[in-house]
Design a protein. Structure first.
Lengths: 191, 212
C-alpha cells in the first residue's frame, strides 16, 4: 500500500492497529488504552460466568496478562475484541473447572439485591429461580446462553470464543432455553 | 411456561443476573502491567540465540552510554536503555521517565531489530534460521511502517534508517527454508553495504537529542 494511503487512513494515536503495534513493542500507554477499551466487557463476562467479584477481578487480570503476552502472535485474522473475548471465556471456564465449588455457591443475597435493578413486574421469587436455573445449567449451555442471550454476543462470536461451530452455539442456547422452561415450569406448578 | 414469558424473564436477567459490581480497574491494571510487561522483554529473546541477543544488546547499551556520556557530560546518569531484558531495573526506570512515547517505542523497536539481525544465521554457517525469525520480522516490519508515518520520521537520518530496515525486515519476513541461503546472502549484503547495525547504534544514541 502506498505510504500516502496509509497516512490518510490511519490515526497513529488512536487506531487500534497502531495501539496493538505499540503495545507489542512494550508501549505501556498503548497497552493501557487497549485495556481501558476492553476491560469492562471482559470483567462482565468473567463475572457472569463465575458470579464472584473477587474471582472476576483476578480473572480479568489473568486475561489481560495473557493478552499482552500473546499479543505478538495476534495476526488480526479476527477482530481484536473477538480475540480478547475468546481468551476471557477460556480463562474463565478453565478457572471455573478448577473452582468447582463456586458452582454450588449461592450468590450473596445482600450483594445481589444491591446490584439488581428493579425492572417491570417480574416476581422476585421467579427471578431468583431463573438465576438458580441458569446456574444449574451445564457449563457449555450456560456460557452459550449467558454470552448470547444476556451479553448480546452473536452466535458466530460465541462459537469463536468457545471453539464451536455457530450452529452448535444455536443448538446450545436452544437446549438451555428448553431446560430453563422445564425448570421454571416445574416451579410455577409447585406454587 | 411459554417462549414469550421466558423471553421476558431473560430480558429481565440482562439487568439482574449476576450484574457485576464496579471492578477496581486501576488496581487490576497495575497488576497486569507488573506481570505482563516485566516478563515481556524476557520472552522476546527466544532459545538458541540468547547469547547473541545479549551481546548485541550489551553492545548497544555500552554504545549508548558512551554516546550519552560524551554528549551530556553534565548528566552522566541519563542513560537510555534499548533492551530491558539485559539491563537493570533502575536504568529501565530512568529511561521510561526520560523518554517520550515515540522515542521509547523507537528505542525498543531498534533494540528488538538489532537483536533479530544478530540472531540471523551467518551466511554459509549451515545454521538454520528459527521459524520464529520471519514472524518476528513481520511484526517489526509493521512497526517500521508505523514509525515511518510517525513524527519520529521527521528526522531525515532516522527516516533513511527506517526505510533501510524496512527493506531488510521484509527480506527476513520472507525467509523460506529452501531458499534460505540465497536470501541470507542478500540480507548480509544489505546489512554490510548499508552499515545497518552501526547506524542503529548511532540512532539510539541520537534519539534523546531529536526534536519532534
Amino acid at each position: 500500500m502506498p505510504r500516502a494511503a496509509i497516512a490518510t487512513s490511519f490515526d497513529p494515536i488512536n487506531d487500534e492497529r497502531s495501539l496493538i503495534a505499540r503495545a507489542v513493542i512494550g508501549d505501556r500507554t498503548a497497552a493501557r488504552i487497549l485495556y481501558d477499551a476492553h476491560a469492562a466487557r471482559v470483567h462482565r463476562i468473567a463475572y457472569r460466568i463465575c458470579g464472584d467479584a473477587e474471582l472476576a477481578a483476578d480473572l480479568t487480570q489473568d486475561v489481560f496478562v495473557l493478552v499482552f503476552r500473546e499479543l505478538p502472535k495476534f495476526r488480526g485474522e479476527s477482530a481484536f475484541a473477538t480475540w480478547v473475548h475468546r481468551i476471557a471465556v477460556t480463562v474463565s471456564l478453565n478457572a471455573m473447572r478448577k473452582v468447582k465449588r463456586l458452582r454450588e455457591r449461592e450468590m450473596d443475597l445482600d450483594e445481589a439485591r444491591h446490584h439488581e435493578q428493579e425492572s417491570g413486574d417480574i416476581d422476585p421469587d421467579l427471578r431468583d429461580r431463573l438465576a438458580a436455573a441458569i446456574d444449574a445449567l451445564p457449563d457449555g449451555l450456560r456460557v452459550a446462553l449467558v454470552m448470547h442471550t444476556i451479553e448480546g454476543y452473536t452466535h458466530a462470536e460465541v462459537g469463536n470464543a468457545l471453539g464451536i461451530a455457530e450452529g452448535t452455539s444455536k443448538a446450545r442456547v436452544f437446549e438451555a432455553r428448553a431446560k430453563l422452561r422445564q425448570s421454571l415450569g416445574d416451579f410455577l406448578e409447585e406454587r | 411456561m411459554d417462549e414469550k414469558r421466558l423471553d421476558e424473564l431473560l430480558a429481565d436477567a440482562v439487568h439482574t443476573y449476576r450484574v457485576p459490581p464496579e471492578p477496581p480497574f486501576d488496581a487490576i491494571w497495575s497488576r497486569v502491567e507488573e506481570e505482563a510487561f516485566a516478563q515481556a522483554t524476557m520472552r522476546r529473546t527466544g532459545p538458541g540465540w540468547r547469547s547473541l541477543a545479549a551481546a548485541v544488546a550489551a553492545s548497544l547499551v555500552v554504545g549508548v552510554s558512551v554516546g550519552r556520556f560524551s554528549t551530556h557530560s553534565a548528566h552522566p546518569a541519563a542513560v537510555t536503555v534499548v533492551n530491558a531484558s539485559t539491563v537493570t531495573p533502575a536504568l529501565t526506570a530512568a529511561a521510561q521517565v526520560a523518554a517520550a512515547p515515540y522515542q521509547r517505542a523507537t528505542e525498543e523497536f531498534l533494540g528488538s531489530t538489532a537483536l533479530l539481525l544478530a540472531a540471523l544465521p551467518r551466511d554459509g554457517s549451515g545454521d538454520q534460521a528459527s521459524t520464529l525469525l520471519p514472524e518476528q520480522a513481520a511484526q517489526l516490519l509493521t512497526t517500521t511502517r508505523l514509525l515511518l508515518d510517525s513524527p519520529i520520521s521527521t528526522n531525515p537520518r532516522m527516516k533513511a534508517l527506517l526505510q533501510d530496515l524496512e527493506l531488510v525486515l521484509a527480506q527476513v519476513a520472507r525467509l523460506q527454508p529452501r531458499r534460505e541461503n540465497v536470501t541470507l546472502t542478500l540480507i548480509s549484503q544489505t546489512l554490510e553495504e548499508r552499515e545497518l547495525v552501526p547506524r542503529i547504534r548511532s540512532a539510539v544514541a541520537d534519539l534523546s537529542t531529536f526534536d519532534y
